[in-house]
Design a protein around this ligand. Structure first.
Ligand code: MCN
Ligand code: CUM
Length: 796
């Protein structure tokens, strides 16, 4: 007699199942791009520009060609003969593959050498002689729009200056009116500095073109293999069915592996020309200096306030430095990502945002790094502005938030910038966090410590994040609508293989997707193998970024499981010899409503699909689902940090950090906690130690791990996580919202607000990240703001 299965025992929803992928990772048995070795494979290295802005007078590669073991030297000139010197970007701009006319940032790709081994290729790169004529350099938006600034993109028609876009959203007039009626206007200016996703594994590709079959296979580090396939089809003019993109194991993506990089394109062309596999593996400096960075946005913010703390309106202006090419991967409709998700958690009647994007002599990027398209900046600005407003009004930090939050009964809520948030319990999350940090008590301790010259501070940060692009009505990239997919094949023994259009980079999809199948079908998670990243076998999908996998691909997993269950029900009716209407489902089993003892397991249905199906039924138990979400999912979180600042040295230490994350139903609580811990660690690093900037000549300062610091367990403070607030997503099939980026998005403002709180009363309004000891010390000692990125700082 069959029985329902216990969901937690089979690794279903809510089980903290150990990550199955870790079995191979911790044994050193992962299969990363650089682990792949193909017969006859050659190696490619890239020659990068030492200068940030210069005209190329000539390139002499003859000495490189002469080196034994060199098979090919690619230059911009050669690429141009195949119309490949430039490629389109994901934001309707163009990007140089190999420089022809000018170099526009330090580290730009100038030439490639393909040789028997990477060492020969590297030596040959050094034998290439490039004659540069240096040009004036631009490293920030102020310089970009200054009178007489050199035009960086003189390759483009209709580009008389360095402005990429001027964009606005919201209600300008309504906002002006609200400001006119305000009791107080609070203002804040700050800079969210450039940061870098810096995955441990750098980018790389192995292109393998087979002339006999006309098939191009590319193994590569991409978070979105299907997008790459479409892009290669368009750029290289190859038929799409003859292109196979495989993303093997990925050693961290964090957004860095979304864009299309010149190295990928060059390895593909080299393989086509040489008819041999060509491997390119980027080195660490190459990764830090040339691949998609994040942020680098300047903000001017204003809040219209009523005396009691009610926020009447918000005005924001952002200046974004996009580097030399506008290559952000973001939904086409928006120019500055989802920056206008700012203040989505607050009930604000009206708001207006203007945004200007400019070119500079820096590597292209701007959008990527653990953020749903600029949400990190949006939430940071929001929480810094709310803190400044509370200080200006002299009211409590927690109170101003609580009184302005969207209430639980106001959902779905239309934000002043037009988003529709779906659900949440913002006040409750804040209460839990305040209790966990023992708010009142800390304020007493703080005052007491202050009287003895010790500087303690407490910083509150909240965030809500629009996760899961699409829906396809509103979200597309280069016209391709955003949705996702899952394909489930249940074999005759009841074991299954699941494939999705997403691509895990460490998030644990192999573990969690199987848990969704277990939840829907009662097939033990360990009986479901999950495979992603091979465009020949995976259903079409837009890939993994913007924490969209659970909201979209994860929903597709639930939906395809339900399709399988619907068919299994018919098989069950046949096996039990009753009509389908008389069949009931409980986890793992169908039974006859009037005789619950008479049942069949999902596994018995599976074998029947291959051996005993009713007349006229199509055999097999397989299906595919494409899921176009009705809306984004909106998780919410509160992070509160307490710190102590040493006024003598400017060093600050975290005393405690509490995190209350509401990401709806948690599929795997342990993985969710891992995501939060990882995000908080990155948030801490950004606020505390990571510095990647440029000198006046455009030299990248911080292009190595001596300068750009990755936090280890040693520096990272402990985090206290709270999971008791759960608001199921009303439109997601299993009630889940995304979580992958929340802590990296909301975390930084908690640390900065805490340090600023410690300095309250000194007249210092802002210290920009990273809050290095010298900056904090300078602020304390000279009682002034320390804002902006070198070489231009507010005090210069
Ligand atoms: N999850 C869950 N319950 C939920 C939500 C998520 O159990 N309610 C699980 C998911 O099933 C998945 C993980 O948590 O295993 C993250 O899910 P999700 O929030 O959907 O995010 P994605 O899978 O789409 O991952 C992308 C996100 C992004 S955009 C960046 S950047 C980032 C991040 O994930 N990069 C990462 N976390 C990372 N973690 C690792 N280890 N490596 C990266 O490169
Ligand atoms: Cu914006 S980094 Mo993640 O979305 O790959």
């Amino acid at each position: 007699m069959s029985q329902a299965v216990d969901e937690i025992k089979i690794g279903g929803l809510g089980a903290s199942r150990r990550r199955v992928e870790d079995n191979r990772f911790i044994r050193g048995k992962g299969n990363y791009t650089d682990d792949i070795v193909l017969p006859g494979m050659l190696h490619m290295e890239i020659l990068r520009s030492p200068l940030a802005h210069a005209r190329i007078k000539s390139i002499d590669a003859s000495k490189a060609w002469d080196i034994p073991g060199v098979h090919l030297v690619l230059t911009g000139e050669m690429m141009a003969t195949r119309n490949l010197a430039w490629m389109p970007t994901l934001s309707y701009d163009t990007q140089a593959v190999l420089a022809t006319d000018k170099v526009r940032f330090q580290g730009q790709e100038v030439a490639c050498v393909i040789a028997d081994d990477p060492y020969i290729a590297k030596d040959a790169c050094e034998a290439i002689v490039v004659d540069y004529e240096p040009l004036p350099v631009i490293v920030n938006p102020t310089q970009a729009v200054a009178e007489g600034a050199p035009v960086i993109r003189d390759d483009k028609e209709n580009q008389p200056d360095n402005v990429i876009y001027d964009w606005e959203v919201g209600d300008r007039d309504g906002t002006d009116r609200a400001f006119a009626g305000a009791d107080l206007v609070s203002k804040l200016e700050l800079h969210y500095p450039r940061s870098h996703p810096s995955p441990i594994e750098c980018c790389g590709s192995i292109a393998d073109f087979n002339r006999a079959t006309s098939k191009l296979t590319v193994y590569m580090t991409t978070q979105a293999p299907h997008i790459i396939r479409a892009a290669v089809a368009m750029v290289a003019e190859l038929p799409e069915h003859m292109i196979r993109i495989v993303s093997p194991d990925i050693g961290g993506g964090f957004g860095n592996k979304v864009p299309i990089y010149p190295g990928y394109v060059c390895s593909i062309l080299a393989s086509i020309l040489l008819e041999r596999p060509v491997k390119w593996i980027e080195d660490k400096s190459g990764n830090l200096i040339s691949t998609g960075f994040a942020r680098d946005v300047y903000l001017k913010g204003e809040m219209a306030l009523r005396k009691d703390g009610k926020i009447l309106a918000v005005r924001m202006h952002t200046d974004a430095d996009h580097g030399a090419f506008f290559s952000d991967a973001q939904p086409s409709k928006f120019k500055i990502g989802l920056m206008h998700s700012a203040f989505a958690a607050y009930d604000i009647p009206v708001a207006h945002l203007t945004a200007r994007g400019t070119y500079s002599n820096k590597a292209p990027g701007g959008v990527a790094y653990r953020c749903s398209f600029r949400v990190t900046e949006a939430m940071f600005f929001q929480e810094r502005m709310v803190q400044a407003a509370a200080d200006d009004l002299g009211i409590d930090q927690a109170q101003i938030r609580a009184m302005n939050f969207v209430r639980d009964d106001q959902f779905p809520h239309r934000t002043p910038f037009g988003f529709l948030t779906d659900s949440g319990q913002y006040g409750k999350c804040l209460d839990v966090a305040l209790k966990a940090i023992d708010y009142e008590n800390f304020r007493r301790e703080q005052a007491e410590a202050r009287s003895r010259g010790r500087l303690l501070g407490l910083g509150i940060s909240t965030m809500t994040e629009p996760l899961g692009a699409g829906n396809s009505r509103e979200y597309d990239i280069l016209g391709i609508k955003m949705f996702d997919s899952a394909d489930l094949k249940v074999h005759m023994t009841g074991k299954a293989i699941l494939r999705t259009g997403a691509k895990t980079q460490g998030q644990g999809h192999e573990t969690t997707w199987a848990q969704i199948v277990a939840h829907e079908l009662g097939i033990p998670a360990e009986d479901v193998v999950v495979e992603e990243g091979d465009t020949d076998t995976a259903p079409f999908g837009m890939g993994t970024y913007a924490s969209r996998s659970t909201p979209v691909a994860g929903a597709a997993v639930a939906m395809v499981s339900r399709k399988i269950r619907a068919k299994a029900r018919k098989l069950a009716a046949h096996l039990l010899e009753v009509s389908e209407e008389d069949i009931e489902w409980e986890l793992g089993r169908f039974y006859v409503r009037s005789a619950p003892d008479r049942g069949v397991t999902i596994q018995e249905c599976a074998i029947a699909a291959y051996s005993n199906m009713p007349d006229g039924m199509e055999p097999g138990l397989e299906n595919t689902a494409y899921y176009d979400p009705p809306n984004l999912t909106w998780p919410f979180a509160v992070y509160i940090a307490t710190v102590e600042v040493d006024p003598q040295t400017g060093v600050w230490d975290v005393l405690k950090l509490v995190a209350v994350d509401d990401c709806g139903v948690r599929i795997n609580p342990m993985i969710v906690e891992g995501q939060i811990m990882g995000g908080l660690t990155e948030a801490y690093a950004m606020s505390n130690m990571q510095f990647i900037t440029f000198d006046a000549e455009g030299n990248c300062v911080g292009s190595n791990y001596m300068d750009y610091l990755l936090p280890t367990a040693w520096e990272t403070p402990g985090f206290e996580l709270h999971s008791e607030v759960v608001t199921p997503c009303p439109h997601h099939p299993i009630g889940a919202k995304g979580i992958g980026e929340c802590a990296a998005v909301g975390g930084p403002a908690a640390f900065v607000n805490a340090v600023m709180d410690a300095l309250s009363g000194t007249g210092v309004r802002n210290i920009d990240m990273p809050m290095l000891p010298d900056r904090v010390w300078e602020a304390i000692t000279y009682r002034r703001d320390v804002s902006g990125a070198p070489p231009v700082r507010s005090d210069d």
